[in-house]
Ligand binder design. Sequence first.
Ligand code: FRU
Length: 485
Amino acid sequence: MKTWSKEERYRVLKSADEIKALHERTILSDYRQHYHIQSVTGLLNDPNGFVFHDGVWHLFYQWCPWGAVHGLKYWYHTTSENLVQWTNEGVCIRPDTEFDNKGAYSGSALPTSDALYLYYTGNHRDEDWTRKSYTCLVNLMDDGTPVKLPPLFGPNADYTEHQRDPKIIEQNGKYYIILGAQTKDKKGCVIIYTSDSPTEGWHFAGQLKVPGFEDFGDMWECPSIETISGYDVLIFCPQHLKLQGRGGSVHHSGYLLGHMDWENLTFRPDNTSFHVLDFGFDSYAAECAANPHDRNKATLVAWMGLPDASYPTDEEDWSGCLTLPRELRVRDRRLIQQPLDELRALRGEKLDLETTNLLPRVSELELISRGGDLNLRLFADADGNGGLTICYDDDAKEITVDRSGLKKRFNAEQGEQRTRPLPKGLFHLRVFIDRSSIEIFVNDGDAVFSSRIFPTNGEERLFISGDASVHLWKLNRAVTDDFVV
Ligand code: FRU
């Protein structure tokens, strides 16, 4: 595996020509996705600035052009009219000022009647590599030109260098920016700035109080506070923390349901449970967009990957894709995530499982259970061995996803099995398979498992046992590999 020098990782992209050959090589990969947003070259991590503005969905991602490595980060821009078909628009925010000299890090968007503002962390490093975070602002013009405005504020001396990922929130005529941060005694937290204007006059308001979560990981990345179906939801990624049922993973993406008191900067969780957003192996840095038509819902997308992890395509010099956007609601005091209705338009040929057990690499499987145990083996060999398994145990009332049977194993130290209790049993599954990922929606959005998988030749069969009706469709393409930089 290639080792990257600092100079290589932080090399500035001066012209698209510098990565044209890399792109041509990348798109030949057997693992390029057909309906998930993926890196144009190099590495993709967090989704950023997800927003609906003037009839268009905008979604950006953290991008390092040079290879499967975290280095100098740009915001790469994609757009869609329906959240299914996505168009590559090219680089939007470049790390080309003193404030963001070592990366345009994650952030969010605010649509107003006359502008689309993008808030991001300017990751500045001094000569001695000391990090300073600036909260920066871009006005994205209608013609796509990003105009940088002066940074809103710099680093807060009362916290460590870890302070980033601005989420802009408008509340009762005031604006708030919340940032993920680390206290000097190494506890993860959220800090809050406020202003009457989205573009100026920002000042520090205080640290968010979250009773019961004062000592919960050493850094909280990508925080946001959403209001969905009348509930406030604090979504964040606590780091360096072991959680039951999460194998060796130490970075998590999850949420608390509760009530946000903006006067007193206090988020009061309803109970003491931190809920994991996604039970699969690869999901992090989730970002929500408000639903322009229905305030009871939001749309969530996440990086289908993890920090400090490596993936089989690293050796092909690219890595990273986003999850499908999902519709978010609250049911039974939990967030539920459902595939968007618009996705049904991708369904192509319906396959007859009586006559074939070949599992297409780009497909959707729907299963309606009639009760009892269920076992699915996907991408097994012709003898029915190996592959990824989804097992529901009706006595234990739990579902387990296990990817240890696939030939290409990776991040095994983080655990290769994930189990989720289903107290009411299993009645429904929708499984979305793309060339290198699987997303399993359980019981109408009650639980989701998102994972990267990298089937090889001969890993192509589907075996199902249990009492259920099963439907399988090929899915059509919804993203293209256009070279737009
Ligand atoms: C989360 C994260 C963010 C940061 C970005 C840098 O994955 O570490 O905190 O802004 O990635 O790419």
